[in-house]
Design a protein around this ligand. Sequence first.
Ligand code: ACO
Length: 324
Amino acid sequence: DLKAKITATGGFVPTNRRTNNYLANITDTSNEWIIKRTGIKERRILADELATSDMIVPAIEDLMKNTDMSLQEIDCLIVATCTPDMPMPSTANIVCRKLGLKNVFGFDINSACTGFLYAISLGASLIESRKYRNVIVAGADKMSSVTDLQDRRTNILFGDGAGAVLLQLSDDETGIQDSLLCGNGDGAEMLLIEGGGSLYPASMETLGSRKHFIRQDGRAVFRNAIEKMTAVSKALLDKNALSIDNVDWLIPHQANMRIIEAVGKELGIDAGRVISNVQYYGNTTAATIPLCLWDYKDKFQKGDLLLLTAFGAGFTWGATLLKW
Ligand code: ACO
């Protein structure tokens, strides 16, 4: 059974950096506190007048440089995001228009920080069905559009970015081996953006009560993120009769350096094999894992086993094993 494989990656982060000192000037925090509690040194922030699609377009253009395929050969575009340009049309459709894609069906997936893992699993099954040959999966979020700059409990965490991968049928044993995707609604109140949907449509009241911004119970999210990413990673390894010693690289969702380190430690993997870039980008939600793949692609050798794991709003969580 041939698998779907990531054959190219692309990425984009805005050039504008939001430093810890900038945040310390507007809220009661400090560079030292932020680094100690989160590991984050800076995040990239997209210009106000630009949207999530404006990061996906350059990420896909970057990806295309690493293939000999033409844009018109793309069959399907799946965008994982919780900060779409607008409720409709989908961000995937907006990207199709901006890139001039004509032979594509595209749609968005909203599973917050787990979105990219849900999306590549779905993309892989489209490839494995043999009905589609070239599927692009992008993970992208403009988290600055939903971050309350006045709230020190969240303004320190998030940044903007986009990553994209091309999925094609593998011609050998490499590729996406297996995934375990999970979710329940049990953590809905612990991490959410309440306003702007059909329950609380935009109104003076929702704006006044700051419902359009992300809100969370940091401690509960922190604890659940470590527990769930560790458990699902172990379960996926067990299911495939593998142990952590078989894993060459662990790529956890990039929310906080302490979460990343704790998951690595619980799983028992050498710290040098745990990938992170949260220091430079903060939490870019659906973009964190594809941005790691993009940043670190030159480190991976053909045949390396990568374990990806994510956790986010819902709660949702999951893990994917892929042979590079
Ligand atoms: N600067 C200074 N002090 C702060 C700040 C800040 N930016 N934020 C909170 N504090 C204070 C709190 O008010 C609290 O003070 P108190 O004890 O007087 O009440 C104290 O610091 C400790 O607060 P905690 O919330 O317990 O701090 P914690 O060590 O848990 O760190 C943090 C907070 C960084 C938000 C952490 O809980 C976290 O990272 N949680 C995960 C959240 C997350 O990553 N969410 C993203 C989306 S989900 C995902 O991607 C997995």
